[in-house]
Ligand binder design. Structure first.
Ligand code: ZN
Length: 188
């Protein structure tokens, strides 16, 4: 049986709402997506030979400093770190998913590629690509050689992609989980 530990990191929380639009707060949307993601990861049919232990950086509306999030990943020797966020755009009309990685991490590229295979199903035809960025959680997990991605699931400020609705949240969690499992099943 292949056993892995995945750290799931719902962005923001507590005093830090993240992006805010029309009364909706990023922190309140990424948390249920993260919890659904953990649910999908935690169950794999017996025949698949994969056991995933999920650790969350938060499971409530609390503020967790970025260094603590990385500490958790390092402490449990995470096989992957998945940070869940939402985008916002100046004209409130952008849509689609983005996957961010820290430059130079080969394992993170493989993880991102696997997730990218399925992530366009959240808002079909609107995947915005795998991008390189210097986010704190990506940079610091890269120093520990932990494969890490920061996923911008969609745009909180586009009424045509209502991310506060549980059906799109569950779809997002399912396709991200499918990509993570594909990555883990291909690790030698
Ligand atoms: Zn965010």
């Amino acid at each position: 049986m292949k056993k892995y530990t995945i750290v799931i990191d719902p962005g923001h929380g507590g005093k830090d709402p993240g992006a805010v639009y029309a009364g909706y707060k990023e922190k309140d949307i990424v948390l249920p997506i993260a919890l659904y993601l953990g649910g999908f990861l935690s169950y794999t049919p017996h025949e698949v030979n994969l056991e995933i232990n999920c650790v969350y950086t938060r499971t409530a509306d609390i503020y967790v400093p970025l260094r603590d999030r990385v500490f958790i990943a390092n402490n449990v020797k995470a096989d992957a770190f998945i940070s869940i966020h939402l985008n916002a755009s100046p004209k409130h009309n952008a849509k689609g998913e983005e996957i961010w990685i820290y430059p130079g991490s080969i394992k993170s590229v493989k993880l991102a590629d696997s997730i990218a295979t399925y992530i366009d199903e959240i808002v079909p035809g609107k995947f915005r690509g795998i991008k390189e960025g210097n986010f704190y959680v990506l940079r610091e997990t890269a120093k520990k050689k932990i494969p890490a991605v920061l996923i911008e699931v969609g745009f909180i400020d586009n009424p045509n992609t209502p991310l506060h609705c549980f059906n799109i949240q569950i779809r997002a969690a399912f396709v991200i989980a499918t990509g993570i499992k594909k990555y883990l099943l291909n690790i030698e």
